[in-house]
Design a protein around this ligand. Structure first.
Ligand code: ATP
Ligand code: MG
Length: 177
């Protein structure tokens, strides 16, 4: 029988304070009527592994154990829209070195663990709404400082109520508590 799999990805997971700020911003620009990503689901994907076996996830975790990157500050200061996917997002204008290093380390881990490496350029973003067809809000850019001191391995679970995410493991960045 085939080994069972889980749908996994690495992400930056906002703490309560950052999540609340993001939620205020999104509520402010979209109001209540537009279908948006629930506040609890807001995150920034580093790399998407897809459906993987426990063997592969253990390999990825062993690589994550060896990541040595210092905490960094991410300034979420841009509201963006991708027409093809009709996806509304926010993200940083400036990519901190630590974020590049983290994405590269995880992409390297994918190589080593037998997953296909993501070849597309990394575009840091937090999805706010999908299939977004309302008029694009003439909104102020966000101004959210996010002190990133950890990264996470997350499971994506689909149910009748939509997707939900379970943080399976969290790694503190070097020097962070
Ligand atoms: P749903 O697919 O049910 O609408 P979702 O996209 O949030 O919800 P997943 O598809 O499990 O849930 O994806 C988890 C995370 O990984 C999301 O941030 C998603 O944007 C990202 N992701 C999913 N597929 C890919 C992919 N092929 N390449 C890069 N990132 C992806
Ligand atoms: Mg998806």
């Amino acid at each position: 029988m085939a080994e069972p799999t889980r749908r996994l990805f690495f992400a930056l997971w906002p703490d309560k304070m950052v999540r609340t700020r993001c939620d205020w911003y999104v509520s402010g620009i979209l109001g209540k009527r537009v279908r948006r990503v629930p506040a609890d689901n807001l995150h920034l994907t580093l790399a998407f592994a897809g459906s993987v076996t426990d063997t592969v996830s253990r390999c990825l975790e062993a690589h994550a154990d060896r990541v040595a990157i210092e905490p960094f500050r991410l300034q979420i200061d841009h509201l963006g829209y991708w027409h093809r996917q009709r996806l509304l997002w926010m993200g940083p204008t400036h990519m901190p070195d630590g974020l590049w290093a983290l994405v590269t380390a995880i992409r390297d881990a994918f190589d080593d663990c037998g997953l296909e490496r993501e070849r597309r350029a990394f575009q840091a973003h937090m999805t706010l709404a999908r299939k977004f067809s309302a008029a694009l809000p003439a909104a102020e850019a966000p101004a959210i400082d996010w002190d990133v001191d950890s990264f996470c391995l997350v499971q994506s679970v689909n149910s009748e109520n939509g997707v939900s995410y379970r943080v399976l493991r969290r790694w503190a960045l070097e020097g962070a508590q």
